[in-house]
Design a protein around this ligand. Structure first.
Ligand SMILES: Nc1nc2c(ncn2[C@@H]2O[C@H](COP(=O)(O)OP(=O)(O)O)[C@@H](O)[C@H]2O)c(=O)[nH]1
Ligand SMILES: [Mg+2]
Ligand SMILES: [Zn+2]
Length: 397
């Protein structure tokens, strides 16, 4: 077991102890209802407890419930800018596109201008299945309060999104970016060393979110032999994923990047340091995204400042979301037996002679045969087996 997994397990146990605190329940011995007939009745469950929902006037609760409905839950692929514009036109508010989010505040593009917006405190992610209410890329209704300041009144339904299961509660998702079309998975050949398992996990994440995936291998200038890079990632090519080979340093492959980004909304995903921001700067020199040394981002007290996803419009149409590096992307909440859906190359192997074949020493093992004759790449199989084991043990949560 790697250290990473040990840490995760430890964290899980700690959390399990804390969990009961999450739902605070009050005994309704004091019959508040009798004294406040105009307020929300507290309906106890069979044990005589009610959920901790703040007591408030009936119409206030109705108003909040109405707002909760406006927090998006599922995706509607038919949505587009024209529809969102129509939705906004029916309200006293203006349409905004969120380009950056911090706690309780965001920056949104309104009428072509970026303004700061507070998020209405009563907007809550409760009941949406998400841990966060507003994400980069969200279309929102903005109540203008000054020329350069607004208040987010509501988050409009989403066309799509990149979500990942929350690390604390797999039944909840964190939405990283909303209304996006595709995921550009950036890996570096070296520094950090290319890590196929991570690419596999991002591919699974993209598929689970219904997003097109493109793989970009950056820092090819660090390869002694470029042909070696192409050979290494050939299994992905055989699975028909678009592949790009780039160097932000030497300006290689920039035109190809520009082409895949054109007119679409793309999230860049990859470990920190692989060159996501450098690539965007190289392709679009006006961006001037911060790159390089992570320690730069430490505050004076040595704490890491929370760098978050930012959305930038492309001069050529479309937009990109630069993320600081997403770990733990694809698998949380996935059932081990569904993993095979994301490994069509492994699934294509015919059944072995023995149903309980461990694919190690048994005669008539089709998996070993497929690896031997080159139809299945060994590291794809290894990744599959590794991830399957992790899912079985619940280590991917
Ligand atoms: N040799 C080489 N270094 C690169 C390349 N692209 C980025 N870097 C360097 O890698 C480091 C991390 O880049 P950055 O763009 O901040 O990575 P990010 O965390 O993925 O956004 C920086 O020091 C860059 O100068 C490349 O193509 N070749
Ligand atoms: Mg970066
Ligand atoms: Zn076998």
């Amino acid at each position: 077991m790697t250290n990473k997994h040990k840490r995760k397990q430890k964290r899980k146990i700690k959390l399990a102890e804390k969990l009961p605190k999450k739902t605070i329940r009050h005994n309704v011995a004091a019959n508040q209802e009798k004294h406040r007939p105009d307020w929300q009745p507290l309906i106890p469950d069979e044990d005589g407890f009610v959920l901790d929902r703040r007591i408030m006037p009936r119409d206030e609760q109705d108003r909040r419930d109405g707002l909760l409905i406006s927090a998006p839950q599922s995706f509607d692929a038919a949505l587009n800018d024209a529809v969102w514009q129509e939705m906004a036109a029916e309200t006293p508010f203006v349409l905004g596109k969120v380009v950056e989010v911090s706690r309780g505040i965001c920056r949104a593009e309104v009428n072509g201008q970026i303004i700061s917006c507070d998020v209405r405190g009563i907007l809550t992610a409760e009941g949406t299945g998400y841990t966060n209410i507003v994400a980069v890329g969200d279309r929102v209704l903005v109540h203008m309060q000054a020329e350069d300041r607004g208040l987010v009144e509501s988050v409009l339904p989403r066309r799509s999104g990149l979500a990942r299961a929350d690390s604390f509660d797999v039944y909840l998702n964190q939405i990283i970016a909303a209304n996006v079309d595709q995921l550009l998975i950036v890996a570096s050949w070296r520094e950090p060393q290319i890590w196929f398992q991570m690419i596999d996990e991002y591919l699974i994440g993209a598929a689970r979110n219904n997003l097109r995936a493109i793989i970009c291998i950056n820092k090819v200038d660090l390869a002694e032999d470029r042909a070696e890079v192409a050979t290494a990632v050939r299994p992905y090519q055989r699975l028909h994923y678009p592949l790009l080979f780039t160097s932000a340093e030497l300006g290689i492959g920039l035109e190809e990047i520009r082409r895949v980004l054109h007119g679409r909304t793309t999230v860049l995903a990859g470990l920190s340091g692989v060159g996501k921001s450098s690539l965007l700067n190289a392709v679009f020199p006006t961006f001037q995204l911060r790159t390089g040394d992570v320690s730069q981002l430490k505050s004076r007290e040595g704490r890491h400042t929370t760098t978050q996803a930012v959305m930038l419009n492309l001069p050529t149409g479309g937009a990109v979301v630069d993320t600081p590096g997403i770990k733990d992307m694809g698998l949380a909440g996935l059932h081990a037996d569904d993993l095979i859906l994301y490994y069509p190359d492994v699934a294509a192997v015919e059944p072995c002679k023995f149903a309980d074949c461990t694919h190690s020493h048994e005669p008539g093992c089709m998996v070993k045969q497929a690896v031997a004759n080159g139809r299945l790449t060994e590291w794809r199989l290894e990744n599959y087996v590794k991830l399957y084991q992790q899912l079985l043990k619940g280590l991917q949560n």
